[in-house]
Design a protein around this ligand. Structure first.
Ligand code: HAM
Length: 412
C-alpha cells in the first residue's frame, strides 16, 4: 500500500471543518482590513528565492524542493513573499495601484527533517502590504495579526519584535556580532562556525544550547540603529502600546532571510514545544527594488496553518445541520426519489440518500450517523398516495406530507 510522503499530511473530513473555520475567519478578518486575495503558482523559478532570501539562507541552502527541467530550475515555493513581489511587478500592480494590500492562503514546501509542527508541505495564511514605508503600516499589520489570532481562538501567545534597521544598520549589527563572537568561535556549533563567516545573524536564533549561552553574554541592544530607524521603531512600539497590544522587544530576533530590514516580529505559543513560532513577518523595504521595481517598502507576515491548529480552540463544528436524508424502499421509489432530491437541491436544501439498498432499520442508523436533521422515507405505498414520510430527528416525530408540499415545508 502506498503511504504519504514523510512530512506531508492528509486532512481528513473530520479535520476539514477546523481548516475551513480558520480559513473563513482569515478571509473575514482580511476583508475587514481591506486586504484582497492573491493566488500565485506553487512553482516558481529557483533563482527568485536565491536572489531574495539570499544564498546563505537556510531555506535556500538546504530546504528547496528543486525541479530540474531541461534548461530551467524550478522550485516548489518555500514561502509566499518573494512570489507575491514577483507577481506584483510582473502584473504591473506598482503602476496600476501603487499601494496594495494582499492576502494568501496556500501550501508551501520545504525539504526539512519532519517532526511535530515541522512539515515538508505546510500551509501559510499570510499577507503583504506593498508600497509604503510608514510605521503606521507596521502597526496595522501587527495588529491585524493579533486580530487574526483572536478570531482563530488562539490565546497565550507572545509577540516578539525587533528592528534590524536599514541595510547599513544590518552591516553594523553584523560587524558588532563578529567582534563579539569571533573569540568564541571554537565554542560555537559546527553550523554556527560557518555562519560566523557567511550568515552571522542566524547565530542569534541557533537552537544549540552552547550557542544560546554565548549569545546571551552579548548583551544585545539597538545600538546598531541609525536615528531614522530608531525613530521608526519607536513609532511602531508606541503605536502598538496605544492599541494595547502586548509585545516583548527581543534584540535577538533577526529572522534569517535577506529581504528583511527594519521591523521584524514573531508570534510564539507555549504549547508547541521546540517549533513554537506560529507565525512571523517583517518589513522588506528593498525587496521590490531588488527585483527590478521601484524603491517602495513593504511589510507582511505568515502564520503556519498546521501550528495554528495545534494552538487554536476553534472547533469547526457546524450549527445544527438542516441536511435531509432520503430512504427509498423499492426500485420505483428509488427512481422517484432521485427526482425529489433534485428538486430539494434546486431549492438550496442540502440533501443526501441511501445508495446501498439497506433495510429500513440499517438506513435509519446511517441517517442518524450522518447527522441529518430530517429523514424522508419513500416506499411504494407512499408513492401510490403521493405522500412521503417526514421524520424530524431533533424530536423523533414523524408524519406524512404531500410530495408537492415537501420543498416548501423543508424551506421553513
Ligand atoms: P517563516 O518564518 O519562514 O516566514 O514562516 C512563517 C510561519 O510558517 C512560521 O512561523 C511557522 O509557523 C510556519 N512554518 C514555517 N516552516 C514550517 C514547516 N516546515 N512546517 C510547518 N510550519 C512551518 C516566511 O515564510 C515569511 N514569508 C513570512 C513573511 C511574510 N514575512 C513577510 N511577509
Amino acid at each position: 500500500m502506498f503511504k504519504r510522503v514523510p512530512g506531508t499530511k492528509d486532512v481528513l473530513p473530520d479535520e476539514a471543518g477546523q481548516w475551513q473555520a480558520i480559513e473563513a475567519a482569515s478571509r473575514d478578518t482580511f476583508s475587514l482590513y481591506n486586504y484582497h486575495e492573491i493566488r500565485t503558482p506553487v512553482i516558481e523559478e529557483a533563482a527568485l528565492f536565491n536572489r531574495t532570501l539570499g544564498l546563505t539562507a537556510e531555506i535556500v541552502q538546504k530546504q528547496m524542493f528543486l525541479i530540474h527541467n531541461q534548461q530551467d530550475v524550478y522550485v516548489l515555493r518555500p514561502e509566499g513573499t518573494a512570489s507575491i513581489a514577483r507577481s506584483y511587478l510582473e502584473n504591473n500592480l506598482d503602476k496600476t495601484s501603487g499601494f496594495i494590500k494582499l492576502y494568501y492562503i496556500g501550501p508551501m514546501f520545504r525539504l526539512e527533517r519532519p517532526q511535530k509542527g515541522r512539515l515538508r508541505q505546510f500551509h501559510h495564511i499570510g499577507c503583504e502590504a506593498i508600497g509604503s514605508q510608514e510605521a503606521i503600516l507596521d502597526i496595522e499589520v501587527i495588529s491585524l495579526a493579533a486580530r487574526l489570532l483572536k478570531n482563530f481562538a488562539v490565546s497565550d501567545y507572545k509577540i516578539k519584535i525587533n528592528s534590524l534597521g536599514c541595510p547599513k544598520d544590518k552591516q553594523t549589527l553584523s560587524l558588532n556580532l563578529k567582534q563579539g563572537l569571533q573569540k568564541e568561535k571554537q565554542n560555537l556549533c559546527a553550523d554556527c562556525q560557518l555562519r560566523l563567516e557567511n550568515n552571522i545573524l542566524r547565530i542569534l536564533d541557533c537552537k544549540n544550547e552552547s550557542c544560546q549561552k554565548i549569545v546571551k553574554t552579548l548583551a544585545l541592544s539597538n545600538t546598531h540603529l541609525c536615528p531614522d530607524c530608531l525613530d521608526h521603531f519607536k513609532e511602531v512600539t508606541d503605536g502598538l502600546s496605544s492599541l494595547n497590544i502586548a509585545f516583548d522587544v527581543e534584540p535577538q530576533l533577526v529572522r534569517g532571510l535577506d529581504y528583511y530590514n527594519r521591523t521584524v516580529f514573531e508570534f510564539t505559543h507555549s504549547n508547541l514545544g521546540s517549533q513554537d513560532a506560529i507565525g512571523a513577518g517583517g518589513r522588506y523595504n528593498n525587496l521590490i527594488k531588488e527585483l527590478g521595481g521601484p524603491d517602495i517598502g513593504g511589510i507582511g507576515f505568515a502564520f503556519g496553518m498546521e501550528r495554528l491548529l495545534l494552538a487554536s480552540k476553534i472547533t469547526g463544528e457546524k450549527p445544527l445541520s438542516r441536511m435531509v436524508y432520503l430512504i427509498t424502499l423499492g426500485k420505483t421509489a428509488k427512481n422517484a426519489g432521485i427526482k425529489i432530491l433534485n428538486q430539494l437541491r434546486l431549492s438550496g436544501i442540502p440533501s443526501d440518500m441511501d445508495y446501498l439498498n439497506r433495510s429500513l432499520k440499517a438506513a435509519m442508523r446511517a441517517a442518524n450517523d450522518s447527522g441529518a436533521r430530517y429523514v424522508l422515507i419513500l416506499g411504494e405505498d407512499e408513492l401510490k398516495k403521493n405522500v412521503i414520510s417526514l421524520r424530524d430527528m431533533s424530536n423523533s416525530t414523524q408524519r406524512e406530507i404531500n410530495i408537492e408540499e415537501l420543498t416548501e415545508e423543508l424551506k421553513c
